[in-house]
Design a protein around this ligand. Structure first.
Ligand code: AHM
Ligand code: MG
Length: 339
């Protein structure tokens, strides 16, 4: 078997005309490599919940959140390919060169620099998630028309998973591919070509502690997952890490479903549309899966604000449809959802 090709080689073959996209990805991977080194040497037992401030969602920022946001911002600026960034850690859109009339690059990036960061202190995998959009009109000043694009308008999306190895999963119109960081060469190598999600799986991931806050349909689905068959088998195992990237990566490779539903106290759930739900939905759908709110397809949602939240059910298409029918008995068919 020949040696796996590098990410740069892969991108130059796939998108030979798009130097901006290649530059953007190379800079995103540089930030992720730095983050993986920093995470691996993070002082054991030191809490990431040393208070560094509160972000716009009212959540505490730890040192690693701040570091991750800083490194991604720095590299996105250096790429020269990105005119604006939406980050979980920034209250407003960051325009890369507003003073010069927003001339930096054609792409807009939505970013969760360090997802699941409360897991850092207990050595559980965390991740980074991003979406890439094209600005609508390079001759006009940037505006909400550029920032608030529906998920189906993404040109690419990806995540980095800092686990036993650092993995990069990248999706665009051509499909979904996985790359593993080779710590000797510092390169991301093409180790998972053409990822396709299994149509079904044997795990479900949900924060069961919220069960009593779920609506009736969601509770019924969770009970369905827990129940025994007539033969006494238990068809599903529960798997939930508190890091969406780790949970979604598992289901992308092995099949399964992940839910972060709305609750009676938080009807829109917890996860943010722009930089958590939309990129994950894009990746999973490009791999043959599905992502819905419970009532509609995530990628079709009209987005009204950059930090908007959305409920999500994502994973193997059959399992998502089953969950969807518990949550909303009149859910359209798979075919209609994709229209
Ligand atoms: P974060 O971006 O502040 O880290 O929050 C997102 C994370 C997801 O990775 C994960 O699925 C979810 O929050 C877990 O939330 P909970 O602890 O409520 O189950
Ligand atoms: Mg997050």
């Amino acid at each position: 078997m020949s040696d796996p090709k590098s990410l740069r080689h892969f991108m130059e073959e796939q998108h030979p005309q798009d130097m901006h996209l290649i530059s953007l990805l190379m800079h995103l991977t540089m930030a992720a490599s730095e983050l993986s080194v920093k995470l691996a040497s993070y002082p054991f037992g030191q809490m990431n919940d040393v208070d560094c401030g509160i972000n716009v969602q009212g959540e505490m920022q730890g040192p690693m959140d701040v570091f991750a946001d800083h490194r991604f911002m720095l590299h996105l600026r250096a790429s020269g390919s990105c005119c604006a960034v939406i980050s979980e850690e920034q209250p407003e859109v960051v325009r890369m060169n507003e003073d010069l009339g927003d001339t930096a690059g054609p792409y807009i990036v939505a970013l969760d620099p360090l997802d699941g960061s409360s897991n850092v202190a207990v050595n559980i995998p965390v991740g980074s998630i991003f979406s890439i959009y094209t600005r609508k009109d390079k001759d006009k000043m940037l505006s909400n028309v550029d920032y608030l694009q529906r998920g189906e308008e993404q040109v690419a999306a990806g995540y980095f998973l800092y686990g036993t190895t650092t993995i990069f999963v990248y999706a665009d119109a051509k499909g979904v591919d996985g790359f593993t960081l080779d710590s000797l060469s510092g390169e991301f190598l093409h180790t998972h070509p053409g990822i396709r999600i299994p149509a079904s799986g044997s795990t479900y991931a949900v924060n069961d502690g919220n069960y009593h806050l779920f609506r009736r349909g969601t509770q019924n689905y969770v009970r369905f997952c827990r129940q025994q068959t007539e033969l006494g088998d238990v068809p599903y195992s529960a798997r939930y890490t508190g890091s969406m990237v780790a949970d979604v990566h598992r289901l992308l490779i092995r099949g399964g479903v992940f839910l972060y539903p709305g609750t009676t106290t938080a009807p829109a759930g917890k996860l943010r549309l722009a930089y958590e739900c939309n990129p994950m939905a894009y990746i999973v759908e490009k791999a043959g899966g599905l992502a819905i709110t419970g009532t509609e397809r995530i990628l079709g949602i009209e987005i009204k604000s950059i930090h908007q939240r959305s409920p999500i059910v994502i994973g193997s298409a059959q399992m998502v449809m089953t969950a969807g029918h518990f949550i909303n008995p009149i859910l359209p068919s798979l075919h209609e959802l994709h229209l």
